[in-house]
Design a protein around this ligand. Structure first.
Ligand code: AMP
Length: 549
């Protein structure tokens, strides 16, 4: 017997889960609420709405049609928020370009996503100039400019953002279409091989917004409510700044967009604008807490979600001493990203500080509608005893349904009907997940990925190198840093400085990012191998961790 579909009277309106439906209420109810872009701009929600309409109209005037892709290269700004809404709302796809990738990777993502228009901040013109001849076909460029001066560039600029808005129609009508339409796309380098495109529909982003909003609503520790002031410190190009700008807009809260992340400026904005809710990777928080300006900043009302990497207890303790309500979250590009928050359960609210700290540093509890399991290689659940480890696999309404134009890796990601995170974790009796290790052969440094295989390839290109392996080792500032192990061919000579210079050349050519160059290059007689002759990275990580010598 199959379930019975609801009857629908012919006049009933099917209200789809479209991003435009997140916007109406806050604009109507909080028209004067503020959105601030660093020291450059203050605008109201009313203006946000008007500018979203003008932007869509302007882009349509440039030829953007439903199904086209509009890419953005910008720091966190009010403009980016406008794009978060306007581009998907007109039925186009927003491609948020990761400006921290190497120019070669950026080129790959622009071509692979088939961008039609690129909105580019003046600061990133040199990147496009470097790769212009290989961008296909020729894209229309819209300039995002905070300098007040016309930049010297040989690239053809189709329009300047503010002029485009000025000529746009504030009465532009956003169409209705299927909630399954693609709204956003961006690339992850958190896997081996070329960057992989993930994508999310309107329905997925709306449900992600509602679920994250409900997980953060209410009273107690780790909440985000109408009276908060929001400032993201994870970039808007990275998984939609964890989707929180959509939650913030839905709530109608004051929002601060800080531009490029400069610790002193971030602290200045927290103080000046009374910011109460942010999210960032551990490295950024460490930089803020180490800034001399910290002494002049009151952080006692600041709630900070830490994700992207495990939160070190020492960092959490340091933040707690300043009164910060700090807690972990976990997710990945493939998961939109939010899956879990490490909030205290009500009965934990009166636990002592140290016991609470342990919970805050766990990876967290799944948010509504996330089915998260830890499993063995045969997909059997492992016990939730806080000790038994398994791979984290998930289902929820907002997971990427594949990698863009990559059926093989898509199936691999979703084998057995669950999305495989490549992370290893334990779950305790209270249901809290803790990530303990990683299956994937990539290194995360300061929130950005480095492919160990790619580095190994480049090192092996050196004529004096017989064997090479690259592993991530813990680092107090960056979370992890790459360490290279090299076996030199008999009779040949190469030292660490030469090897780093060798890799620097590839970075200069835009092939790897500059933080991909290992700080430590060690020369060894043999590289540890498993019984079947594969590089044994687990052993290397243990053997060469700084504390282990
Ligand atoms: P990305 O796709 O770049 O957002 O990276 C996602 C990956 O970062 C996850 O698969 C984990 O390996 C790692 N990660 C994110 N959050 C955490 C966390 N709270 N603890 C440990 N690792 C994390």
């Amino acid at each position: 017997m199959s379930a019975r579909a609801i009857e629908r009277t012919p006049s009933a309106y099917y209200h789809s889960l479209l991003i435009k439906n997140l916007l109406d209420n806050p604009v109507r109810q909080f028209p004067n609420q503020e959105i601030v872009y660093g020291d450059f701009k203050r605008q109201s929600y009313q203006e946000l709405s008007e500018r979203i309409h003008r932007l869509a109209s302007g882009l349509a005037g440039l030829g953007v049609r439903p199904g086209d892709t509009v890419a953005v290269m910008d720091w966190d700004s009010h403009r980016y928020l406008e794009c978060f809404f306007a581009v998907p709302m007109m039925g186009a796809v927003l491609h948020t370009i990761n400006i921290r990738l190497s120019p070669e990777q950026i080129l790959y993502t622009i071509n692979h996503a088939e961008d039609d228009v690129i909105l580019v901040n003046t600061e990133f013109l040199p990147i496009l100039e470097m790769i212009r001849d290989r961008i296909e076909p020729v894209k229309k460029l819209v300039l995002l400019n905070d300098t007040g001066q016309i930049p010297a560039t040989t690239l053809e600029i189709a329009a300047e953002y503010e002029a485009l808005l000025a000529s746009g129609d504030p009465g532009y009508k956003f169409p209705d279409f299927s909630e399954d339409a693609r709204a956003t796309t961006f690339y992850t380098t958190g896997t081996t091989g070329l960057p992989k495109g993930v994508y999310f529909s309107h329905r997925q982003l709306v449900l992600h917004t509602l679920a994250a909003g409900s997980a953060l609503a209410g009273t107690g520790q780790g909440r985000f409510n109408r009276d908060d002031v929001y400032m993201p410190i994870t970039p808007m190009f990275h998984v939609h700044a964890w989707g929180i700008p959509y939650v913030a807009t839905l709530l109608g809260v004051k929002q601060i967009y800080p531009g490029r992340y400069v610790p002193e400026q971030l602290l200045n904005l927290i103080q000046r604008e009374s910011v109460t809710f942010s999210h960032c990777v551990p490295t950024i928080l460490q930089m803020l807490l180490s800034s001399p300006k910290i002494e002049e900043t009151d952080l006692s009302r600041w709630k900070v979600v830490i994700g992207g990497a495990a939160m070190p207890q020492a960092l959490a303790r340091q933040a707690r001493r300043r009164g910060v309500d700090i807690f972990s979250a976990y997710g990945m590009s493939e998961t939109c990203p939010l899956l879990v928050f490490a909030q205290l359960k009500p009965h934990m609210q009166d636990w002592d500080e140290e016991r609470q700290l342990e919970i805050r540093c766990k990876t967290g509890l799944p948010i509504p509608m996330v089915d998260l399991r830890i499993v063995d290689p045969e997909m059997n659940d492992v016990p939730h005893d806080g000790v038994s480890q398994g791979e984290v696999v998930v289902r929820s309404p907002w997971l990427t349904q594949g990698y863009l134009k990559d059926p093989q890796n898509s199936e691999q990601l979703w084998r057995g009907g669950y999305l495989h995170t490549g992370d290893i974790g334990v779950i305790d009796a209270e249901g809290y997940l803790k990530i303990t290790d990683r299956l994937k052969d990539v290194i995360k440094t300061g929130g950005e990925w480095i492919s160990s295989l790619e580095l190994e390839d480049l090192i092996l290109k050196h004529p004096a190198v017989a064997e090479a392996a690259v592993v991530g080792v813990p680092d107090p500032k960056w979370g992890e840093r790459p360490l290279a192990l090299v076996v030199v061919k008999p009779g040949q000579e190469v030292d660490a400085v030469m090897m780093r210079t060798w890799l620097q050349n590839f970075a200069d050519q835009g092939m790897i990012s500059k933080w991909g160059i290992p700080d430590r290059v060690l020369f060894v007689d043999a590289i540890p191998k498993t019984s079947v002759g594969k590089l044994d990275k687990k052993v290397m990580r243990q053997q060469y961790a700084p504390t282990g010598g």
